[in-house]
Design a protein around this ligand. Structure first.
Ligand code: SF4
Length: 72
């Protein structure tokens, strides 16, 4: 399975790169209400969960859990 190219407009994220490209090794998308949930697995310093599932009510109910505010 090939991973999709992830395009993202959040330019204050550590993983954001010029051209709106995400450089994270793995990203985790969650429903908004679980945005602060701790995740059990990690790869390249980025956390994720392969078991937990959710149902979103629409696009506006989803968020990138991997976002990390750029420190510089
Ligand atoms: S980790 Fe999420 S917020 Fe950050 S650049 Fe990638 S997709 Fe965007």
């Amino acid at each position: 399975m090939n991973n999709p190219q992830v395009k993202c407009s959040i330019d204050n994220c550590e993983y954001w790169e010029k051209g709106n490209n995400c450089s994270a090794e793995v990203i985790m998308i969650e429903v908004d209400r679980h945005s602060d949930r701790s995740l059990p697995q990690s790869k390249g310093g980025e956390q994720y969960d392969t078991r937990h599932t959710d149902h979103a009510s629409g696009t506006a109910d989803t968020c990138c859990h991997t976002f990390e505010e750029r420190s510089h």
